[in-house]
Design a protein around this ligand. Structure first.
Ligand code: ADP
Ligand code: SF4
Length: 687
């Protein structure tokens, strides 16, 4: 049944003492749950097993109390009492014949130890390097510490074996992990036998690997996750030096796991990185070692995956985000259901769960991290309730996902959309610079709906309350979206901004093709991607652009999606002038009046137009009209009316797909009263 072109992806391959059943390799990835939500994280990995992955890894697992990365939430294996939670994950991973892998991490110069209050130990002394600029320095490991650290790795490996894992990954990539710190001259300035030459800088990796082979090598396989290029010039661990390292130590691990030098480089969003972006850095490395090689590249296309293996670039297709967006990629390729793959859009919303220490969500897969909390399965819906049909109004991400999931549940669905195409905001936003892959949110769902016999779609159908009351649907789901405000109301202004004279454009204007001209001030009080992307759009259209924001960073919230640096760089390259820590106080006939965010000191920027990226207003008139006519519902046969997505409260696209899915799951379900809407884990009290 599998297309023969993809058979190569299903050939088994040996990794040390273990045979991987296929080439689909879920590389370690965070999920925002970690040690706080072990059952949620375990169930999520179990779903990957069901989806056909040959190898499944944990997120990074801290091996010792002297190195932890609070506030970020990963896994911990500090002592025996951590084993059960991790064992649950290994057990779930192995349910369908996948190999279970654990990534062991000692964070060294990345671990501020805010929780354990231990003095951080690093290869060389220096300030802690993390996202949070903690005012903490590490001291360097002395010889006794190094011996201890080797033992801590052995202890963690033994615990991993007890927990049931087959593979251990030693973490030294993305700038994180002690192995990279030893290898890179940027973090290793030691004068002893662990510093200086590459041979010396490799010593620690060789010692730990030998220790682990002695301790658990008969039953476990070892992978090394190393940076492809630290991208900080000659001082760092370059791609050339990585190749020397692998050539010198080709057989050191049972497998090489290659990942780009910094996390934002490796997990770059689609706005800045194409699929297979690391190919040039990986190519040829396989020839330096007899061991298999895995690499990543936001692979969602089976053709690209098969090519990577056929051309000898990689042995295993490493995926984090694609496996989040669709945990069933391997099964779908095996069953020749390529068009059913829910492709990752590369928005990095999943990463924000880790960065905000909340719990991850995925724009494309609303069930991610809800597999245990809510019992949501990415491919199967709960049984249909006792009503028969639903009218979904609005074909944006919320309405599309509601219609798709409702139809899978067995309801007859009518989807009414005012416009000419389905997709809502995604139809507009996918045309913005770098955001074309976001269109997959609409494309996937539009195709799925086209395959369902119980869904009717009506375009150019702007419905009124009167229409809805005349149709006779039992359930009405209103997903009519939102629009951007022109009056500046957001955070800086809680009432409309004074303004006169100058043309003011909203993001909706620009997305509809109405662009400003001349000198343009983009005022960003939204702080996600829209302000930055519209500044780029205007600059590319020939405007002289100044981006003004009260935040200390351009597109501040995108620090959570690992793209803030790339956005700032792109704007500078496009000639956009950036004014930070500044609000727009008023629009005047000659430009804008500004105010320093700290002191209020006034200023002035001359301009011909203003682009106001403030907040959005829900388009909920239809909902309000229907609520006002509740007395007519019974005669019209209406049992429920609900508003979801941006029409309820505007948010990112991921919020809308989640709202659509949730609506579909909960329709006709008993009211849970005051009970929590999800399961959670509560810490057990000690003694
Ligand atoms: P969300 O992100 O919540 O899905 P969007 O703004 O992307 O919201 O999509 C809302 C969609 O609803 C738009 O495509 C819009 O054309 C459509 N819409 C708005 N009002 C109506 C209406 N009264 N009848 C039918 N469709 C509507
Ligand atoms: Fe991909 Fe976005 Fe989902 Fe992350 S949140 S897996 S980047 S679609």
């Amino acid at each position: 049944m599998t297309d023969p072109r993809y058979d190569i992806l299903f050939t088994p391959m040996q990794i040390g003492p273990h045979l991987a059943k296929n080439r689909f390799y879920q590389v370690p990835h965070c999920n925002g749950g970690g040690y706080r939500d072990p059952s949620a994280a375990a169930e999520m990995r179990g779903i990957k097993a069901e989806g056909g992955w040959g190898v499944i890894f944990t997120e990074q697992t801290e091996i010792h109390q002297t190195s932890e990365i609070t506030p970020f939430i990963e896994l911990r294996l500090w002592e025996d009492q951590d084993i059960p939670a991790i064992a649950k994950m290994a057990e779930k991973m192995k349910t369908h014949g996948a190999l279970a892998g654990i990534q062991l991490a000692y964070s060294g110069v990345n671990g501020p130890n805010l929780y354990t209050k231990e003095v951080p130990l690093a290869v060389s002394p220096g300030p802690i390097r993390t996202f949070t600029y903690d005012p903490v320095q590490a001291r360097s490991l002395d010889k006794t510490d190094i011996r201890n650290l080797r033992r801590w790795f052995v202890n963690a490996a033994r615990r991993s074996q007890t927990a049931g894992f087959d593979l251990i990954c030693l973490y030294g990539a993305h700038g994180f992990g002690i192995f990279q710190h030893f290898l890179s001259r940027a973090t290793n300035q030691r004068g002893d036998e662990y510093g200086g030459s590459l041979e010396n800088r490799s010593r620690f990796a060789r010692e730990v690997m030998a220790d682990l082979r002695d301790a658990v090598g008969d039953r476990m396989a070892f992978t090394m996750r190393v940076s492809l290029d630290e991208t900080i010039g000659d001082l760092g661990f370059s791609n050339a030096e990585l190749r020397d390292f692998i050539e010198m130590n080709g057989d050191l691990p049972d497998m090489w796991d290659l990942a780009q030098g910094s996390w934002d480089e490796c997990s770059g969003p689609s706005r800045f990185k194409e699929e297979a972006a690391q190919e040039a850095l990986v190519k040829g490395i396989k020839e330096l070692t007899s061991r298999p090689v895995v690499g990543v590249g936001r692979f969602t296309s089976p053709d690209v995956m098969a090519r990577m293996i056929r051309q000898g670039v990689l042995d295993f297709i490493g995926c984090a985000r694609p496996s989040i967006a669709d945990p069933f990629i391997p099964v779908k390729i095996a069953e020749n259901r390529i068009e059913d793959i829910r492709e990752c859009i590369g928005c990095n919303m999943c990463v924000t769960g880790d960065m905000t220490m909340s719990i991850s969500r995925c724009t494309q897969n609303p069930t991610f991290m809800e597999e245990w909390r809510k019992g949501w399965h990415p491919e199967r819906m709960n049984a249909k309730g006792d009503s028969q049909n639903v009218l979904v109004i609005g074909g944006g991400p919320a309405g599309l996902e509601a219609a798709r999931a409702l139809s899978l549940r067995g309801y007859d669905v009518a989807l009414a959309e005012a416009g000419d195409v389905l997709g809502g905001r995604v139809t507009r936003e996918r045309k913005l610079p770098g955001l074309s892959a976001w269109g997959r949110v609409a494309d996937y769902r539009t195709y799925q709906l086209s395959q369902r016999g119980n869904v009717e779609t009506y375009l150019q159908s702007r419905l009124t309350a009167e229409d809805v009351l005349s149709f006779g649907f039992q359930n009405v789901c209103i997903a009519t979206g939102s629009h951007w405000r022109a009056d500046g109301v957001a955070r800086w202004h809680v009432v409309p901004m004074p303004g006169a004279g100058l043309p003011v454009f909203t993001p909706d204007d620009l997305m509809a093709g109405r662009l400003p001209q001349g000198r343009v001030v983009v005022f960003d009080d939204d702080h996600y991607y829209m302000g930055g992307v519209l500044a780029e759009l205007c600059a590319q259209a020939g405007c002289e652009v100044t981006l003004v924001t009260p935040a200390a960073f351009v597109s501040d919230w995108t620090r959570n999606t690992l793209e803030q640096g790339a956005i700032h760089r792109r704007l500078v390259e496009n000639g956009v002038k950036i004014v930070l820590n500044t609000g727009v106080a008023a629009v005047t006939a000659a430009g804008v009046e500004t105010a320093c965010a700290y002191t209020g000191t006034p200023g002035r920027i001359e301009a011909d137009a203003v682009v106001m990226v403030a907040s959005r207003t829900s388009d909920n008139t239809l909902y309000r009209d229907l609520m006002a006519r509740q007395a007519d519902w019974a005669d019209a046969g209406i049992r429920s009316v609900k508003v979801i997505g941006d029409a309820e409260a505007p948010g990112p696209i991921a919020w809308a797909t989640y709202a659509g899915h949730r609506y579909a799951r909960e329709l006709d379900m008993p009211d849970r009263g005051d009970a929590l809407s999800f399961r959670r884990e509560v810490t057990a009290l000690q003694g």
